[in-house]
Design a binder for this molecule. Structure first.
Ligand code: NAD
Ligand code: ZN
Ligand code: ZN
Length: 344
């Protein structure tokens, strides 16, 4: 079969590999669609040894069951499924609570992270990773598994502060951010301020229900403070889907006293935290900082329910498998709006 693999750090290639066979408890899935996540670029850019090579990339997967392996119950050929990408140890304190995204044994274990992913015609996954998606098209189901799940989990973590009438600043309206806006609209009554460098992303944000849009730049903090109030007031919650130095600096300067910063993006910035009350504080008093990772299987089921109810819809640009490397280059240039989805 054809597969797009990271053959060495930084190298992404279309290759021919044997079609894998499902072992006990596993399923061979025919890939219907796989989302191109910005994290794949971070995986490609990571130092040698951080991730296995060669490895098929792609951790945002939906498709149809081709062959259930020995001992698999409840899945038949032709069943449509989305893949929960995390594979925790299953035995630690976190995994036993269903929080595999907090596994204390294999913190980055997953499909397309520590074993072959879905940028291929077929992928083998543990049957326990599959969730039914009904008649959702795979190009819609795939983005739910990460671009949908990760912001959903972040919003769940912030939910006690997302009271009606509070304000949430969302930075980075790309694959994850444009889903975050819809999740906020569907599940809260907060006022939303969307921030991005790209005018096209801000247009999309407006269409998806953001109440205010602010173009990122040197005056972004002032413009956001006009909307959310100056310190010690500010945004109750800030979701940063970029994580670069400028966005982290913006985030900490617009969050309210007692607010919450959720740092989802992995662009390499640093958030200084110094517990002082005098000026200039690095973060306001009583601020809480969270570094969310992906989400739980139970949350994915809820995200799929939102998708099936028509409340969460990925804005997708599709590419054939052979053009996956071009799709990632477009993502790196900032030329993808919503989510790039590869259809093998
Ligand atoms: P994306 O490329 O689709 O979207 C990024 C958006 O941020 C784009 O709209 C871009 O214009 C905007 N942007 C870039 N620089 C900016 C800046 N300085 N100020 C404002 N906006 C800016 O990426 P994505 O797939 O949505 O992923 C977003 C980030 O989240 C990545 O770093 C990715 O690795 C990370 N991620 C984290 C998790 C997790 O579990 N923590 C899960 C998935 C993705
Ligand atoms: Zn991802
Ligand atoms: Zn575990």
């Amino acid at each position: 079969m054809r597969a797009v693999r990271m053959t060495a750090p930084g190298v992404l290639e279309l290759t021919e590999v044997p079609t894998p066979q499902p072992g006990p408890g596993e399923v061979l899935l025919r890939v219907g669609a796989v989302g191109a996540c910005h994290s794949d670029l971070h995986i490609l850019d990571a130092a040698a040894g951080t991730f296995p090579t060669p490895m098929t990339l792609g951790h945002e997967i939906a498709g149809t069951v081709e062959t259930p392996g020995p001992g698999v119950d409840g899945w038949s050929p032709g069943d449509r499924a989305a893949v929960y990408g995390i594979i925790g140890c299953g035995r630690c304190r976190a995994c036993l609570r269903g929080e595999e995204n907090r596994c204390r044994v294999v913190p980055l274990g997953g499909i397309g992270l520590s074993r072959d992913g879905g940028l291929a015609e077929y992928v083998v996954v543990p049957a326990s990773r599959l969730l039914h998606v009904g008649d959702l098209d795979p190009t819609q189901a795939a983005p739910l598994t990460d671009a949908g799940l990760t912001p959903y989990h972040a919003v769940e973590l912030a939910r006690p502060r997302l009271r009606p009438g509070t304000t949430c600043v969302v930075i980075g309206i790309g694959g994850l951010g444009h889903m975050a806006l819809q999740i906020l609209v569907a599940t809260t009554a907060v006022r939303i301020v969307a921030v991005d460098t790209s005018v096209a992303a801000l247009d999309l944000a407006g269409r998806l229900g953001a109440h205010h849009v602010v173009q990122a730049g040197p005056d972004a903090v002032d413009k956001i403070r006009e909307l959310v109030g100056p310190p010690p007031d500010g945004a109750d919650v800030v979701l940063d889907f970029v994580g670069a130095q400028p966005t982290l600096d913006t985030a900490r300067q617009v969050v309210a006293t007692g607010g919450q910063l959720l740092l989802v993006g992995l662009a390499g910035g640093t958030l200084p935290v110094r517990p002082v009350a005098d000026e200039p504080p690095t973060v306001p008093l009583e601020t809480s900082v969270v570094v969310p990772f992906w989400g739980t299987r139970a949350e994915l089921q809820e995200v799929i329910a939102l998708g099936r109810a028509g409340r969460l819809h990925a804005d997708v640009q599709t590419f054939p498998l052979a053009e996956a490397p071009e799709a990632y280059e477009a993502l790196r240039r900032g030329d993808i709006h919503g989510r790039a989805v590869i259809v093998p």
